[in-house]
Design a protein around this ligand. Structure first.
Ligand code: HEM
Length: 130
């Protein structure tokens, strides 16, 4: 029954494509939303670091890290999927360093972590932003 077999295969393929565990199609709307949230958080994060407002800095870092975590399995519109994931993992690690520095009220450590986030942003945009 070749017809039934064809539809069976097509159905399985459709299910696999729809399943995020098998294929993380790029969700542009979500990425743009996360990026805009990053953009809106970076200024207040910097200001908070400058004024030693460690609670606000921690909040902004958490927001940034959670957003980035939610997009790390996507296939980027440009560049390598594995490198995209690694860059985001490095980025989240830098955000976690900033969180630890905030908890320790370590301004210099927090500012070093923010500088790392900016470096990774430049890398990310150079490599993956269309
Ligand atoms: C604090 C860090 C970052 C900030 C403030 C930031 C900010 C932005 C902004 C404002 C946009 C334009 C969004 C729009 O169209 O309105 C953008 C786009 C983008 N960013 Fe970031 N970004 C950051 C980090 C990263 C990192 C680490 C990566 C990759 C690992 C990345 C990948 C991208 C990509 C792929 C786009 C294009 C989205 C699209 O139009 O499909 N960004 N980012």
């Amino acid at each position: 029954m070749p017809k039934i077999r064809f539809f069976g295969i097509a159905l399985i393929a459709a299910l696999l494509i729809a399943n995020p565990a098998f294929s993380q199609n790029y969700d542009k709307d979500l990425v743009v939303k996360v990026m805009r949230q990053n953009g809106a958080s970076l200024g207040p994060l910097n200001a908070a670091a400058g004024s030693k407002d460690f609670a606000t800095a921690g909040e902004k870092l958490k927001l940034i890290a959670e957003g980035m975590e939610s997009i790390k399995d996507f296939t980027p519109p440009k560049g390598e999927k594995a490198s995209f994931k690694q860059t985001i993992e490095d980025f989240v690690a830098a955000a976690n360093k900033g969180l630890a520095a905030s908890a320790a009220q370590d301004q210099a450590g927090l500012q070093t972590a923010i500088a790392e986030l900016r470096t990774l942003m430049r890398k990310g945009h150079g490599e993956f932003k269309p």
